[in-house]
Design a protein around this ligand. Sequence first.
Ligand SMILES: [Mg+2]
Length: 164
Amino acid sequence: MRMLSPDRYHSSVTAIDLADLQRGGVRHLLIDLDNTLMPRDSSEVPPDVRVWIDRLSDHGMSACLVSNNWHAHVTSVAESIGLPIVAKALKPFPSAFRKGLRELGGSAKHAAVIGDQIFTDVLGGNLLGMTTVLVAPQSTSDLPHTLVLRRLERLVLAGREPLA
Ligand SMILES: [Mg+2]
C-alpha cells in the first residue's frame, strides 16, 4: 500500500506549502493537468492557479506538465501558462515522468509529482522514488474508467482528508 500512499494531500495546488517542499529538497515539479491544474470540464487554467505557477520560480522550482490526455488542446493550455508538457503520458508508467525530468534537467531525488489520481500520479511518482502530492480533483467530471478508479481511491485513502 505504500506505493499508493501520497506524501501530502491537499485540497488544491494553491494549498501546497511550496516553502516546505523546497526545504525538503524539491526543485522540480511534474504536474498533472486535468482536474489538478484545471477542472476537467474547463479549457482554462483558473487565475489563482496561474499566480501559483508564477510563484514557483520564487522557490527555485521548475515545472513540467505530464498528462495522459491525448487531445491537441493540452499543448495550447501548456503554452498559455508557459510550461513544457509531456502529453499521452501513459502514467503510471515511468517513461513520461523520466522525459519530464530530462526536460527540466532534474533527477527524481529532487522532484515531486503533483496530481489528482492515486493510480496514475501517486503510483507513478512513488515508483520512481519521487515526493508525491495528491490534490483533490478540481471537478466531478472524469472519464468513465477514472470514475471506477475513484471508488478504489476512496478505499486506499481510508477516510484521509485533504489539507486546505
Ligand atoms: Mg488528473
